[in-house]
Design a protein around this ligand. Structure first.
Ligand code: ADE
Length: 225
């Protein structure tokens, strides 16, 4: 998979890809991440990429020209399955979306900033708009990092058995059951006996029951879908 990220703040997006699972996925050649600085695609003085909004009002808007130039240059090199705009008014990201994006080959992720991008970008260049939740970030970069993390860990070969995504919360529309590690007892707090029993069918059943109980208690909405 190849992910091209267009941003005015590439430095904000570097470190998430330089650690842990995303770093390993890149090193293994399972994903390519390419950061593109929008300022490299403007002819204006001071590398200007934003301007005041027509009709007045506070806040700058990213202009269509540099975005169009950047996306056009990328599209000349290869076909893209989706061109995603990170925005708080997009569809809310969930595990289903991450699963389906993980099956794609090439995607572009555009990070908004300030008041967002000129509407014409969204009308003609963008194929999908994604929000990571009902709150406003200063820009799309952290959202793009979240999106990439959730997608990359699903690519075949990225996780090993120990970190398998199959047992993740949400993977079967349920929250994950509680987990424990050593010691067996800490300040009087004991690990449930069943987990120490060695009876694996019973342990599996306990985990399923716990997952269901936790989902009913914390996220009953997941069971309604
Ligand atoms: N940009 C600003 N807020 C955002 C959000 N909640 N999700 C994705 N991109 C954003």
């Amino acid at each position: 998979m190849r992910i091209d990220i267009i941003t005015v703040l590439p430095e904000l997006l570097k470190s998430p890809f330089e650690a842990s699972i995303m770093k390993r996925a890149i090193e293994k050649g399972l994903v390519e991440i390419h950061l593109h600085n929008l300022r490299d695609y403007t002819d204006k003085s001071y590398n200007q990429v934003d301007d005041y909004q027509f009709g007045g009002g506070a806040g700058m808007v990213l202009m269509i020209e540099p975005i169009d130039k950047c996306i056009s240059a990328l599209k000349k090199e290869r076909q893209y399955d989706e061109i995603i705009y990170m925005t708080p008014d997009g569809e809310t990201l969930n595990q289903r979306t991450s699963n389906s994006l993980s099956l794609l080959t090439n995607i572009i992720v555009l990070c908004g900033h300030y008041k967002g991008v000129d509407q014409r970008v969204r009308d003609i260049l963008i194929t999908r708009e994604i929000s990571i939740g009902d709150y406003v970030l200063s820009g799309g970069e952290l959202g793009a990092a979240v999106l990439c993390d959730s997608v990359i860990r699903l690519l075949p070969g990225v996780l090993n058995d120990e970190t398998s995504a199959l047992t993740d919360t949400f993977q079967d529309d349920l929250l994950a059951p509680p987990v424990y590690t050593r010691p067996r007892e800490y300040k009087g707090l004991k690990v449930p006996d069943i987990l120490l029993s060695g009876n694996f069918p019973e342990i599996e059943k306990w985990r399923e029951d716990q997952a269901m109980e936790r989902t009913i208690k914390r996220r009953p909405d997941l069971l309604e879908e």
